[in-house]
Design a binder for this molecule. Structure first.
Ligand SMILES: [Zn+2]
Length: 410
């Protein structure tokens, strides 16, 4: 059967005529309900300043296992595999709905939690295989490591994320204001995903066959928490190219958090997202995505083939996955990789700084397209390092190699 599994929950509205989103695959005939919802969403988005810390949460719900992969698994011959994938899809659809209805309570963190905000304020909870959040508190910031490896990895991963943003970019936690970082481990039974729900990181244990414990990859933790950083800064709309940029920014900083934690240079880094996450039943796969070689992370009987393009020639027009946000992100991911490797040394220093300048600067619109983002990074490289610098040249070349701009940056 080749009919995509239908989510139980609502999806991003399609075809709102007032919307600027014009990528192919989204029909122009939206329902009245979708139209109303789209306007409500846009009004909500424009009635707040993304750099004002009193705003409500954006609508991003990103599980690290993207819908296109879960959809593929939901059609697996094995009823065990398809059943688990369907349960994860249904769960994630409900979470998406919830994200639209709630605000970020963490914004009202007490003053004392923010007083020492050059240090992380971490709290880890254990859901004990329920779906009740946050669960039971098992480790606070001053507590020593315990016996539970998931708890310890989550604690360390939050710390690595805090450290990159704090020590390299002088950003105090994901909101820039010392937001306490909470995480829940052992969420659900065999739950095959991890996500940032606007308030905390949540990790499933995986099924142990296709997916292992989701605290395993520090870049996954960095990816999810960076959705929080984007939510508090550029607030890129989670649809089409701006959605793929939102995803790509999370992969870029997720990978940089891993590289920084291991003190790896651009040449030494694996440039993978989710290395170590795939279980013993995956025969041909190393990770969920590759920034070095998008489209090569897996090619497996059960998982299918990694659908990411590396250049605009392979751009995928689709109405699934919010317009392919986890698919076309391969293109800006690869541009970052090319620029970082051309510059050499530590990727978080120059290439990462340029991306951070764009993400947190004033020029990035919520509905930015790839070419807008490319131009902003080229401008940021000039502003920080000069127009005769190798940084400027490396970016012109990288964006042209992936087909987003020509070699003049246009
Ligand atoms: Zn994501």
């Amino acid at each position: 059967m080749d009919v995509p599994y239908q989510y139980a929950g609502p999806e991003i509205p399609r075809g709102c005529l007032a919307s600027k989103h014009t990528f192919a695959g989204i029909s122009a005939a939206g329902s009245d309900t979708a139209h109303t919802r789209c306007h409500a969403r846009r009004m909500d988005a424009t009635s707040r300043n993304p750099r004002n810390h009193s705003h409500a949460a954006g609508q991003v719900f990103c599980g690290i296992i993207p819908p296109h992969l879960l959809d593929h698994l939901s059609r697996a011959e094995s009823s065990t595999i398809s059943g688990r994938a369907r349960r994860t899809l249904e769960h994630d659809a409900l979470q998406r709905t919830r994200r639209r209805l709630t605000t970020v309570r963490g914004l009202a963190a007490p003053a004392e939690a923010r007083a020492g905000s050059d240090k992380p304020q971490r709290t880890i909870y254990d859901a004990e295989h329920t779906e009740t959040l946050p669960g039971t508190k098992v480790r606070g910031e001053s507590d020593p490591a315990g016996q539970d490896a998931s708890v310890n990895r989550a604690f360390a991963g939050l710390g690595h994320t805090f450290d990159l943003y704090s020590k390299i970019y002088s950003r105090r936690s994901i909101d820039g204001m010392g937001l306490p970082l909470d995480a829940t481990v052992h969420y659900g039974r065999e739950y095959g995903n991890a996500f940032w729900d606007g308030e905390r990181m949540v990790f499933g244990d995986g099924d142990g066959e296709l997916f292992l414990d989701f605290t395993t990859s520090v870049d996954v933790i960095g990816h999810e928490l960076t959705h929080g950083v984007t939510q508090y800064t550029a607030n890129l709309e989670y649809l089409g190219q701006s959605g793929a940029l939102n995803e790509s920014v999370s992969d870029v900083f997720g990978s940089l958090i891993k590289q920084y934690s291991l003190q790896q240079s651009a040449e030494q880094a694996d440039w993978l997202i989710g290395d170590g996450l795939l279980g013993p039943d995956v025969d041909k796969g190393t990770a969920l995505r590759s920034m070095k070689a998008p489209g090569t992370a897996y090619d497996d009987d059960v998982l299918g083939k990694d659908p990411q393009p590396a250049t605009m020639d392979g751009y995928v027009n689709t109405s699934q996955d919010n317009g392919g946000v986890h698919i076309n992100s391969g293109i800006p991911n690869h541009a970052f990789y090319l620029a970082a490797v051309a510059l050499g040394g530590n990727a978080w220093e120059r290439a990462g700084q340029i991306w951070y300048d764009v993400l947190t600067g004033d020029g990035l619109a919520k509905d930015a397209q790839f070419a807008d983002f490319a131009r902003l990074t080229i401008d940021a490289a000039k502003a920080r390092y000069g127009d005769q610098g190798e940084e400027h040249q490396a970016l012109l070349k990288a964006w042209s190699q992936v087909g987003v701009t020509n070699n003049q940056g246009q």
